[in-house]
Structures are given as structure tokens and as C-alpha cells.
Design a protein around this ligand. Structure first.
Ligand code: FE2
Length: 270
């Protein structure tokens, strides 16, 4: 990452690093995800993930997934076989699976975290995102700090395309410069429940959304306050991606964040 890249990141709140992850690493992540899916028995109940409907919010399966490897279905998946019906796997792949661990903690990613100003980087959350052909749902406009709050805000998303991502199959969309606005909402625990609380009514900025098209292996850095989204995948092509969320261990991790790992302490890159 160059000084120009850092300048662009400070200005826009995002940065697309084309060709960051070697093809062999993309292959390894996709193959390992396929193995995990093959070994997954959903049983009679399919836990659905949807950002529009927080119906899963009371679901223990989701609530306790911060320190586990768990599988979440697309809302509209009814007839599809399991490998084509999943929305995502989360949220501790990087700590519990050796392949995800190795690739997430490679020196180039550690160096990137350092260059982004994370002094004590901690790998908080990982997600394998499927965005399946034809049924991959939209992800509404949001800020990642809504889900993963530290004081001050330090959450940083690293989103890696494992398939070419473009406008047709639901690439990331972002509002350039929108990270300079306030945090609008928090999704957090109140006792056993997960609730969304509005902190600030400021509308999203009236900026034209940028489509962050990314070839396979490209890495997108997302500031924790950047409003971003992705459209549904209406195409016949998958749009797999791997997302890793980092925080700085110097900041306070809020005790009511939805993601808690009482039995799995957070780790950095070593
Ligand atoms: Fe996000």
C-alpha cells in the first residue's frame, strides 16, 4: 500500500487493492469452505440470516456464533441443496479452522493492518460469504461499527473477492467519504436479546454510490463508519467472498456488542 493509497483511504473510506490475494489462497479458501459445507448437517431447522429481518436475532445459534463456525441460510432458499442455499459461514473461521487461520494471518495481511494504523490489531470476526447465483440476497446500507463497536471506532473490514465481483452479481457498493459521518445505529445485546438502537438520525450522505468491482483475489478495505451495501445476485454466477474484521486492542471493546467470545480470547497476527 502506497502513501497515495492511504490518502485515498482517508478521503473515501475504502480502498480496492486489485490482485492482493494469490490465486492459490483463493483456491484454498474456496476448497476449505466446500469441505466445511460438506461436513455440515443442518438438521431439520435452517438458521436464516437476513439483514432486513432480524428474526434470527433471538436465535442462540446466531448469538453464540462469535466464537464458533456456524452456517446461515439464504432466506429465499427453499429447494436448493445445502451448498447452494447458504448465505454465509461465521464468525470465528480464522481462529478455529487451520486453513482460514493460515491465510488470514499471513504476513502481507499483518503488514496491511499495520499500514492502516492498527497498532494492536486483533482478528475479531471472519465470514465466508456465498452470494449464491440467483438467490444471493441484498445486504442493506450499513456501517460495520453498528455491529462491532469499539471506543473509539477502530473496526476495519478486509473483504476479499473469491470470484470476480461486478454489478451483475452483487459487488460491494459504497458512499465515498461517508465514513466522516456519525455512527447511526448499534446492533447489541440487552440481556439475552439482540436489538437495534438508533444513535443518530442523520441520513446517509447524498453521494452517488460507487460500485467496488473487484476481480478474484482483490481486497477491499472498508472503514468501520463507511456506509456500504451490496445488491442481490440475479446472475447465474456465484459471488463468493471472505470478510475479516479487525479492531485495535488499544480501544475499548463494548461489553454489549452482539459478538462476545467468553471462551475464545481474541488474537492478533501471531
Ligand atoms: Fe459490512
Amino acid at each position: 500500500m502506497s502513501a497515495l493509497d492511504l490518502e485515498a483511504f482517508a478521503r473515501d473510506g475504502f480502498l480496492v487493492l486489485q490482485g492482493f490475494l494469490p490465486s492459490a489462497d483463493c483456491d484454498a479458501l474456496q476448497a476449505r469452505a466446500a469441505e466445511l459445507v460438506a461436513g455440515f448437517d443442518p438438521g431439520p431447522v435452517r438458521s436464516i440470516f437476513s439483514t432486513r429481518d432480524q428474526g434470527h436475532a433471538g436465535d442462540r445459534y446466531f448469538r453464540e456464533s462469535g466464537g464458533a463456525i456456524r452456517f446461515f441460510f439464504e432466506e429465499s432458499a427453499t429447494d436448493q441443496p445445502v451448498p447452494l442455499a447458504l448465505n454465509k459461514i461465521g464468525h470465528a473461521l480464522h481462529d478455529l479452522d487451520p486453513v482460514f487461520d493460515r491465510i488470514s494471518r499471513q504476513p502481507r495481511i499483518a503488514a496491511l493492518a499495520r499500514a492502516l494504523g492498527l497498532v494492536q490489531p486483533l482478528l475479531l470476526q471472519s465470514m465466508y460469504l456465498f452470494k449464491q447465483p440467483r438467490i444471493g440476497a441484498e445486504v442493506g446500507w450499513h456501517q460495520d461499527a453498528t455491529y462491532l463497536s469499539t471506543r473509539p471506532v477502530t473496526v476495519t473490514g478486509l473483504w476479499i473477492a473469491l470470484d470476480d465481483a461486478d454489478r451483475d452479481n452483487g459487488c460491494l457498493m459504497a458512499l465515498p467519504g461517508g465514513h466522516r459521518g456519525p455512527l447511526r445505529q448499534r446492533f447489541h445485546r440487552v440481556g439475552d436479546r439482540l436489538v437495534t438502537t438508533t444513535l443518530d438520525d442523520t441520513p446517509w450522505p447524498d453521494t452517488a454510490p460507487a460500485a467496488l468491482e473487484a476481480r478474484r483475489g482483490s481486497l477491499v478495505v472498508l472503514h468501520g463508519l463507511l456506509p456500504h451495501a451490496s445488491a442481490p445476485n440475479w446472475s447465474v454466477r456465484p459471488r463468493h467472498a471472505y470478510a475479516l474484521h479487525l479492531i485495535d486492542g488499544r480501544a475499548e471493546y463494548l461489553a454489549d456488542n452482539w459478538l462476545q467470545r467468553p471462551d475464545l480470547p481474541l488474537r492478533g497476527f501471531t
